[in-house]
Design a protein. Structure first.
Lengths: 124, 349
């Protein structure tokens, strides 16, 4: 998570430096690195949440309430399983949608630069 | 202090239902007022930049409930467990359908997401209606202040009740029709052309049905929870709510007859807000009523957080409120007026 944060900073500094020099569109290696870095923010966020949620166990509120004491006694295990399956399914669909749309966006390619140097909106 | 927090909490719920009612109502009418794909996108464009801001009020309501009345939050969130998850999933699916529905120009893709959009809105209207019905009717609270609800038991609103019985189902139908009418008013204001004309025709029909259903619901509420009406007499705020309902209804019918599109939307907002204000003021201080025994009901006075925390929160809450309202004013100013299909804010190309 922290390592990924460093990679983000380095990538952004490098990309902004190249942009400042006007060479960003021509530096193939950096563009590849930027494109391949797209899953990293998601991995970093997930890792951050896992650190926060798993790291504080067995406390649900640190040094005040234990996780075991916070369990609702009127909610049955079956209900919890049902909602867990529901959320897993929902996130799975979201993940598939995300991969599909990002892959489509990458295949779609960047906007082309016309003769007068202006960006042209491309249509599909 | 406790009265102030009860008022703040009620205010946030009223804001959520009025604003979300506009999105849900417009959304569930998408197929009725939009006959072509462009017209259906127009409906989404009308709520496009606003819906996520409207949901902020529900999040704020939950946070404020935890802050001011933690016992009631604990009891209600555990008791309504499955119903809350259904509400959450409907909100998520509607959000996804708005976000990704416009990304691919394939008829199959569009139709599938439009279907999910309408279905999620339909479910949201029914769930919000059933939830309000449950709060009015009460829940089977035991002596520990806990309850758990099945989807339905024997359909009677007394004793060991479920989420759905004849009373909560009729409140859900009332809210469904009211949201549809409210959404139609908003579409009249926000759109032009065929969508506008169909929405106007629909709004005129629907509001007559709303008034009829309101009479039925009022009678049913008197049967299920008579103390709501006896509790109303000494409370001026409840009468303010009644005045909102009457004033709102007049504004709707005069606004829809002529060119008062904005007046009709303000009228329908006042109508919904008035009903909720009258209800919230009348039942105070009972926040959750027990259908099993009156002494099990959860009162605002016994279940408020300790005073010190509430005083600190009274300093921080207005800051968040100013930020939320500031953003609202900005976004409403920015998207003022009629939407056009080409201004569809959710479509990337």
């Amino acid at each position: 998570m922290a390592g990924l944060g460093t990679i983000f900073i380095l990538l952004m500094v490098a990309a902004n430096f190249q942009r400042w020099c006007g060479r960003l569109e021509k530096s193939r290696g950096l563009l590849w690195a930027l494109m391949l870095a797209f899953p990293f923010p998601y991995i970093a966020t997930t890792a951050g949440w896992m650190t926060a949620e798993l790291g504080r166990q067995p406390w649900i509120i640190f040094h005040i309430l234990r996780t075991g004491q916070g369990v609702s006694d009127v909610v049955s295990g079956g209900n919890v399983l049902f909602t867990l399956i529901g959320f897993t399914g929902l996130y799975f669909v979201l993940g598939v949608l995300f991969l599909f749309l990002v892959a489509r966006e990458i295949a779609h390619g960047p906007q082309s630069i016309s003769a007068n140097g202006k960006m042209e909106a491309s249509h599909d | 202090m406790i009265e102030i927090w009860y008022a703040i909490l009620s205010f946030m719920l009223v804001m959520f239902v009025v604003l979300e009612g506009f999105d849900v109502g417009a959304g569930l009418l998408q197929h009725i007022v939009g006959k072509t794909e462009a017209e259906r996108r127009l409906v989404i464009a009308a709520i496009g930049p606003l819906w996520s801001w409207h949901e902020v009020w529900l999040v704020g309501f939950g946070g404020t409930l935890m802050l001011a009345f933690p016992n009631i939050l604990a009891s209600a969130f555990a008791g309504f467990y499955l119903a809350f998850f259904l509400l959450l999933w409907s909100l998520i699916l509607r959000g996804i359908s708005i976000e990704v529905g416009g990304h691919v120009a394939e008829p199959m893709w569009r139709t599938a997401w439009n279907f999910i959009f309408v279905a999620a809105n339909l479910l949201l209207a029914i769930l919000i209606g059933a939830a309000l019905g449950n709060v009015v009717r009460g829940v089977p609270l035991n002596a520990d202040g806990k309850f758990s609800l099945a989807f339905f038991t024997n359909f009677s609103p007394h004793g060991n009740v479920g989420i759905l019985d004849w009373f909560t189902v009729s409140v859900a139908v009332f809210i469904l029709v009211t949201f549809a009418a409210h959404g139609a008013n908003a579409l009249v204001l926000k759109t032009e052309g065929p969508v506008h004309d169909r929405s106007l025709r629909l709004a005129r029909q629907l509001w007559k049905k709303v008034l009829l259903l309101l009479a039925i619901i009022t009678f049913e509420t008197w049967r299920v929870r008579p103390e709501l009406f006896s509790g109303m007499t000494p409370k001026p705020i409840a009468w303010l709510g009644v005045a909102f309902v009457i004033g709102g209804a007049i504004a709707i019918f005069t606004g829809l007859r002529g060119k008062g599109e904005l007046r009709a939307v303000i009228g329908s907002s006042l109508f919904i807000a008035g009903l909720m204000i009258a209800g919230a003021a009348s039942v105070f201080p009972i926040m959750l009523r027990s259908t099993l025994a009156p002494e099990n009901s959860l009162s605002a006075y016994q279940n408020a957080a300790a005073g010190h925390g509430l005083v600190i929160a009274l300093i921080w809450w207005p800051i968040a409120f100013i930020l939320a309202v500031g953003y609202a004013l900005f976004i409403y100013r920015y998207y003022l007026g009629k939407v056009k299909a080409s201004e569809d804010t959710q479509s990337p190309y």
